[in-house]
Design a protein around this ligand. Sequence first.
Ligand code: UDP
Length: 362
Amino acid sequence: MKITIIAGARPNFIKIAPIINAIKKKQNEGFEISFRLVHTGQHYDKNLSDTFFEELNIPQPDVNLDVKSGTQSEQTAAIMIAFERELVIHPCDLVLVVGDVNSTMACAIVAKKCHTKVAHVEAGIRSGDLSMPEEINRMLTDSITDYFFTTSTSASDNLLKLGCNPENVHFVGNVMIDTLLQNLNRISVPDFWNEHQLSEKNYIILTLHRPANVDEVSSLVALLQGIDTLVGDKKILFPIHPRTQAILSENQTNFKNIIFVLPQGYLNFMYLIKNSFAVITDSGGISEETTVLRIPCFTMRNNTERPETETIGTNTIVGTSLDNLRERFAAFLQNGPKKAGIPELWDGKASERIISILVDKK
Ligand code: UDP
């Protein structure tokens, strides 16, 4: 079986690493399975791309479509045009897409129109919030996917309610957690740890990059001012996403407690998360990782497509208002962290399950 794997953005790189490891394992067991890795070039910053390939031992892509930035439609169209050419020259049995970025949707559409089977890893999750481009990407991708791999039974249920064939909906667990568990003994302390006088539990990690939180500069600054004074004696470490950085000017990054650092590589970032007091974020992936590391996580969104991070895990959905964050954080400071567990099958073996199922489909 020849699989073309698509990756375009930071969370994709983290998700494909264990899938590639699982393919290599099957190859060593004598199975006829090969892969071609396509990097669409959606993320091209060293900090958001190359570092992840190096740290997670992901092989160099066979091709980089080099699409770079643009509006939603410009980027999606550029990926489709470039990937169609690529697929005509290098046909395969299956295109495997992960997550919910523009590359996921664009390449799934191209594959399907070229009569190639599509596998979607992290299928079926839904926030119901169509103002987020990711939700549109999820819906469209799943509408043409052949093989669905889900992280939760609720994601599988969403697909079954849509009428997907149950034989092709596979609850396998979470590939992002495969990467976390495979690399937990390799996480490493960042260079700036001493310089910023960080120590276990004396800081909060902050990440924000969703348009609803960062696109309006005055509300972003007001939000940061509020977060700056949320907990007097804690530092707040903010690995700032290039998208957010582009919106803030230099004089808007002067705060009492917030320390701005570059986006971190995976091994440093996981070290920082694991040793943090709490996390404030608008990332979906981080709410999964904090659940497994049992770190309290406060999500600055009105909804989540990953409900198990809140019902089972350490995540609290606080909405986008500062007042809500203050209220929920004060309750946490007073009552301590909520009791949390780890969702079913988030055990580090999702990728192996996926590849075993795909090998059987052939
Ligand atoms: N991440 C990282 N360094 C950072 C910020 C995030 O390695 O400075 C990782 C994080 O652990 C998670 C992934 O990037 O695995 C999430 O990426 P992002 O927040 O861009 O995507 P989302 O989860 O919102 O789709």
